[in-house]
Each structure stands twice: as C-alpha cells, then as structure tokens.
Design a binder for this molecule. Structure first.
Ligand code: SAH
Ligand code: ZN
Ligand code: ZN
Ligand code: ZN
Ligand code: ZN
Length: 495
C-alpha cells in the first residue's frame, strides 16, 4: 500500500467527542464536547466549548460537562446569545440590497469599517469611517473582492481561491454534469457560479452558499446563502434556512448536486466530518428511493497531511494530486512559477479516473492507478502506486516497506524513515498539522497567512488608501463582522 501521509502518533491535544444532543449553546450554536487526550487516552474532565472559535478571545464559552448551571446563569446566557446575533436579519439585508441596487452609482457606498452596504440615511452614522464610494454592479457581484478576507488565524482565516483554481473547479464539476453546487465555505466559487449564471444564458448551474461569514447575507437571497456553522451543522436561520437547503438538495429535473467545501484548516476534522455526514443525509432523504445507497458527490478541499484523518471518516474518498492555489496565502501556491507548492488537495468520493487534471500544468494519467497524478509523482513498482503526496518524487524504503519523502533517511535506531536531523525516539512529538517539532498546531506556520502574501489582493482593491488606516480598519472589521452587534454602539460612544 501507499504511504498514508501522516502516521505519526498524535501528541497531547484536544479531542472532540462531537456535537452531542442537549449541548449548551453559545452565539455560534450548540457547543462541542471536548476532552484533553494524551497518547490517545482521555485525560481529565470533559467540557463544552465553542464549535466555531478556537480562540477564547473570539468566544469564551466554557462549561464542564457535569457542571450544574443555575437558572439565572441560563437566562443570562440566553440573553447574551440573543444580543450577539447580527444587527440585521438576513431578510432585512435582502431588502436593503434591493434598495441599494436602485441607487445611482454616486450614492452607492460601502463602509469598510463595518463591512456594510450603506443606504443614504445611514451615511451620517458612518461619517468618520472609511467608505468606498461608487460601488459598481461588478463589485456587488464579487463580494469576496469587496469584503476583507477575514484573517483571524484561529477562528476564521479566509483563504480565497486563485482564479486559476476556481476556474478549474468550476470547469471540472460542470464537465462532470453537475448543475447544482452546495458551496460550503467556498464564497469565491459561489460567486463565480452566480456571476456566470447572470451573464451567460446557456450556463445553467446554481449554487447555494453555506458560510459562517454573515457579511455575505448582504449580497445574496435566502435561496442563495444560508448562515451556517460547519463545525456543528447549525443553521442560524432556523427551520426556514434548513428547509431552503433541503429544497436545494432535491434533484429536480435530473439536476445533479455536488457539495464543494474548503473548511478552515485548523483541524477538528471529526466535527467537520460529522456535519458533512448530516448534509449527505439531508441529500439522501430528499429522494424517496434514497438514491440507491449512493453518497452525495463531494469535493472536500484540505491539506494532504490530513489524508488519513479524512479517510478515517470517509473511507470512500480518494485524494487527488491537483494543487489548489490561493490568492492570499504565500505557502499555498502552485509550484510552477518557482514558488512553493501548495499542500492543498481535493478529496472526493467520485471515481478518480473521472477527475481530469490539466496536462498543460504537468499532470499525467497513470494507467495503473487509473488517476491523474503530478508530473513528479512516479509510479512505484513495489508499492504498485503513485506514492508522492506533495508533488515531489518520493523514494521507496525497503525496510519501511513504503515510499517516503525524498529528504528522509532510514534511521536504524528509530527503525523508520525520518529527517536526517532528528533526535532519535523523540522525533514523534510534533505539530499535528505539519508534523514539525517546536510548535503546537494552533501556532503552525503552515496555516498562517503571511502579511506579504496578502498585499497583492489589498493593493488591487484600494490603491489610494493609506496602509495604516486600512490596517486599523481591517482589524475592526474582523472583530465585528461575524456577529456585528457592537459596532453601532461603539460608534455612538465615540460621537
Ligand atoms: N477557498 C474558499 C474560501 C475558503 S476560506 C473560496 O475562495 O471560496 C474558509 C471559508 O470557510 C470562509 O469563507 C469562512 O468564512 C468559512 N468558515 C470558517 N469557519 C466556518 C464555520 N464554522 N462554518 C461555516 N463556514 C466557516
Ligand atoms: Zn461561540
Ligand atoms: Zn501510478
Ligand atoms: Zn514504494
Ligand atoms: Zn525507512
């Protein structure tokens, strides 16, 4: 068999025991049950914490599993949760949008600080904020360019697809005959589909975006966007939103559905898998015959070092060699122009041979493996598989009985292959994400977005504005956008 990527034992870390019935709620829906583990064993008391925010600064919800919570605290919590919902409902935002598009372009303003489209009556309130004026229809059609990518590493880093990758994904899935895309955490793919559909008559693909970033509700109707938390399968819009999603998944007139998701890479694979299984079940239940036990087709976009974790939950999935590129991430870019290669891949339950990768980018078809592979990925006769995970040519180790990274050597003391520079037997304690020693996964450099990498995107959008002001603006925006109750209050205090 091929090497499975990450077989290193997991260091001490938090394990999710899952979304459990009756879990208490924070503003982000039902909390998840966690426990500390060490060498795979539970240690200490179980507790509930926010499903969406890994940084306590963003949501500090915490409760021991066996803790008794007083009525008064429960009531206070409910009040807190209510007050931390967005200031406008999705419905209100849809109405606001309708009014906004009627405005002549000279009156179309967007507040960068509040990340909000403004109606003329509101200009006054935002008078000392950074505004973008003369918002065009094209800008309204690409909100992912208008909005700041959220950069909070721990909670909600948004890494937007490079055009090349987004186009590739769209061509791939239309080529496979899909006409509906459930876009879970893929606003840029959603926006590409929406804008193509509005421009080209013969393009009949539809998309529904599920995302926790409520800013998008300003641009899409309830049939196009649901405010959704993919770590606990929570629809913020309640039963109505749930129903909109169900309706979308129902394959009328043979319009086939595929789900495409690109979750934050910070981990919690088990929580994601549990939600995705629920979405799959929703799809299955829309069909009376139950889709003959088939699975909803899916692309799960995630780094290759999570392969074994994903396959634990979805044994029918296979990892494709295609390297997914991002606009605002230095590390996650395609290798062809001499930059570092992206570690992000597509995991899918579709037949691998159907996933045709672009030959002009060096991918070729391996007839033995029956799938497209990277140019550097050589078929190993002993493993009988194209074994490279990272695009470089891997080498076979007869002692380990598998292919390993080209930079690795077999260490007799550890009796496995590893980096030449390692301290024997201690080498296993490393970051769960990249495997390197010296940091935990929360601080993994491979997950962070370097400042430099974010510049090009920013420059394109506002050439004229001063950088410093922008930085302040952005930080404010990040704090407020997901649940933006406080922004208006702050403003009032200032004036
Ligand atoms: N490459 C994608 C964006 C991926 S970034 C694209 O270009 O379209 C991750 C996305 O997941 C972001 O849109 C972010 O808002 C969303 N997200 C982050 N946490 C989430 C959660 N808990 N539930 C739902 N969506 C979430
Ligand atoms: Zn929370
Ligand atoms: Zn092969
Ligand atoms: Zn081999
Ligand atoms: Zn070896």
């Amino acid at each position: 068999m091929a090497a499975a990527g990450s077989e290193r034992p997991r260091p001490a870390e938090l394990a999710v025991l899952g979304p459990v019935p009756g879990a208490p709620c924070c503003p982000h829906g039902p909390a998840l049950l966690f426990v500390k583990t060490s060498q795979g064993k539970e240690e200490g008391r179980r507790f509930y914490a926010c499903s969406a925010c890994r940084d306590r600064k963003d949501c500090n919800f915490f409760q021991w599993e066996d803790e008794k919570v007083s009525e008064a605290r429960l009531a206070a919590r409910e009040e807190y949760n209510r007050s931390h919902q967005p200031s406008f409902t999705h419905r209100q935002n849809v109405d606001r949008y309708k009014n906004f598009v009627w405005l002549p372009s000279s009156k179309r303003r967007f507040c960068q600080e509040c990340q909000q489209l403004l109606l003329p009556a509101e200009w006054e309130k935002h008078s000392d904020h950074q505004l973008l004026c003369g918002i065009t229809t094209a800008q309204l059609k690409s909100p992912s360019q208008l909005l700041y990518p959220l950069e909070n590493k721990k909670t909600n880093a948004q890494y937007l697809f490079a055009d090349r990758s987004c186009q590739f994904l769209l061509n791939l899935l239309t080529g496979l005959g899909f006409r509906r895309v459930l876009s879970v955490g893929t606003p840029r793919l959603h926006e590409m589909i929406q804008s193509k559909a509005s421009q080209e008559e013969e393009f009949s693909v539809r998309s529904l975006l599920l995302d926790i970033d409520f800013r998008y509700s300003q641009f899409y109707t309830e049939d196009e966007f649901c405010h959704y938390n993919m770590f606990n399968h929570h629809f913020f819009g309640g039963e109505t939103a749930h129903e909109a999603c169900r309706k979308f998944l129902y394959e009328e007139n043979g319009e086939r559905v595929i789900m495409v998701t690109d979750p934050p890479f910070g981990g919690l694979v088990e929580a994601l898998a549990s939600s995705f299984k629920k979405l799959m079940a929703m799809w299955r239940e829309t069909e009376e015959e139950g889709h003959d036990n088939r699975e909803m087709p899916m692309f799960w976009i995630f780094p290759y070092f999570f392969e074994s974790r994903i396959l634990d939950f979805f044994p029918s999935f296979r990892m494709m060699d295609y390297q997914v590129d991002y606009d605002n991430h230095a590390l996650y870019k395609h290798g062809k122009t001499g930059r570092r290669q992206s570690p992000v891949r597509i995991f899918t339950n579709l037949t691998p041979s159907m996933i045709v990768l672009p030959e002009e980018e060096g991918y070729r078809f391996c007839t033995v493996c029956q799938r497209y592979v990277s140019s550097g990925n050589q078929h190993c006769e002993i493993c009988n598989s194209c074994t490279s995970k990272d695009g470089r040519q891997w080498k076979h180790c007869v002692l380990c009985k598998k292919c390993v990274k080209p930079s690795w050597f077999h260490c007799d003391k550890c009796s496995c292959c590893t980096l030449q520079k390692h301290s024997c037997e201690k080498s296993n304690v490393g970051c769960f994400v990249c495997g390197k020693a010296g940091h935990k996964r929360s601080a993994c450099p491979s997950l962070s977005c370097s400042r430099a990498a974010c510049q090009p995107v920013k420059k394109k959008r506002q050439k004229t504005r001063s950088r410093v002001k922008m930085e302040i603006c952005k930080r404010l925006a990040m704090k407020h956008v997901i649940f933006s109750k406080r922004k208006v209050k702050n403003k009032k205090k200032k004036t």
